[in-house]
Design a protein around this ligand. Structure first.
Ligand code: HEM
Length: 201
């Protein structure tokens, strides 16, 4: 039987040989499939909004699992973290656009009124806003300009954003479901792990 301690480095070794483009391609494929399914649903606007919202939260959580995997299981998937984060942001932007274009039908006057009136939209919108500077500084030149330390601190905003996203998921439901509460638990767990770790340094 393989030594458990050797599994992490072995997976890391395989991952090192895999380029990042298949992750982008796979993510785009999953997004395209979700959009295709949404367009063919009985209520396309609802299906598109829900499908893209779920994908965004799932990819955001996946991007946050990468660092604990490295630290606790020595599985190094760090090279895929940016792809997962950018894909999450892409799905989120589409999720927002479905609401803006298909749901509100670009009635600009309503945007702010809706965001202020409905707490689940206020929370989701705050999460979306927090992710914009992170996506905008995800390229190598931004890390150089900001300095690794400032860049790292800025990118801690992702922890607040994922909690807001998961709370928004719970809030938008008429009745709380086990599914949404599990997503919220996963988000809180990952953030707690991170906080304990930051404090320990
Ligand atoms: C971090 C930010 C966000 C995340 C992770 C997120 C994720 C989600 C998730 C997982 C759902 C439920 C999907 C389901 O039940 O299958 C949802 C629903 C929804 N979200 Fe978001 N969302 C975010 C931001 C936003 C923003 C900025 C808006 C628009 C201003 C928005 C509008 C909606 C709407 C309209 C629904 C559907 C509510 C309903 O029809 O019952 N979301 N979102």
């Amino acid at each position: 039987m393989a030594d458990a301690a050797a599994i992490g480095p072995r997976i890391s070794g395989v991952a090192r040989k895999v380029p990042t483009w298949p992750v982008y391609l796979g993510g785009i494929g999953i997004g395209a499939w979700e959009i295709w399914q949404g367009l063919n649903a009985i209520d396309p606007v609802d299906a598109l909004s829900l499908g893209l919202g779920m994908l965004s939260l799932q990819f955001l959580l996946a991007s946050l699992v990468v660092t604990p995997l490295m630290r606790f299981a020595r599985i190094n998937l760090l090279k895929f973290r940016k792809a997962l984060g950018l894909l999450a942001f892409g799905f989120l932007t589409l999720h927002f656009l479905v609401w803006l274009v298909l749901d509100l039908q670009l009635r600009w006057g309503l945007i702010w009124a809706e965001i202020v009136k409905r707490p689940y939209l206020t929370v989701g919108f705050a999460g979306f806003l927090l992710l914009i500077p992170l996506a905008a500084t995800s390229w190598q030149g931004a890390i150089r300009r900001l300095g690794a330390r400032t860049w790292g601190r800025l990118h801690r905003l992702v922890y607040l954003a994922v909690i807001l996203g998961a709370v928004h998921f719970v809030m938008q439901e008429k009745v709380w479901t086990m599914e949404s509460l599990l997503y919220l638990t996963a988000a809180l767990f990952l953030v707690c792990v991170r906080i304990v770790w930051i404090r320990a340094w």
